[in-house]
Design a binder for this molecule. Structure first.
Ligand SMILES: [Zn+2]
Length: 102
């Protein structure tokens, strides 16, 4: 007796990167790698418990103007927490740095 295999077609969806969207102004690019004129910024702090893990966020920014806007937003969000880091800087340093952009 020969067993007959039953088959069903299954379609799987996957997501692939097709570009970036600026987290401040929403402009998009259809280049797969981050354009040289854009910048990626990550902020975080090392406060208590899961808050520190939840604080890690990465942003993609299309221009110096959007970069500064994101830095200001990051200062409000994590700047006063213990161990704050915004980009490559400590929270204390970036707060002082922003005083030059007023
Ligand atoms: Zn932008």
């Amino acid at each position: 007796m020969e067993l007959r295999e039953r088959r069903k077609e299954i379609v799987k969806n996957t997501f692939v990167s097709v570009g970036y969207e600026c987290d401040i102004c929403g402009v998009t690019t259809d280049i797969v790698s981050l354009p040289d004129t854009w910048h990626e910024l990550t902020h975080s702090h090392n406060g208590w418990g899961n808050d520190s893990c939840d604080s890690v966020e990465t942003f993609h920014l299309c221009s110096p103007k959007c970069y500064i806007e994101q830095v200001k937003s990051s200062v409000k969000e994590v700047g006063n927490h213990q161990g704050a880091e915004i980009g490559e800087f400590t929270g204390e340093f970036i707060i002082e740095l922003l005083k030059f952009f007023k």
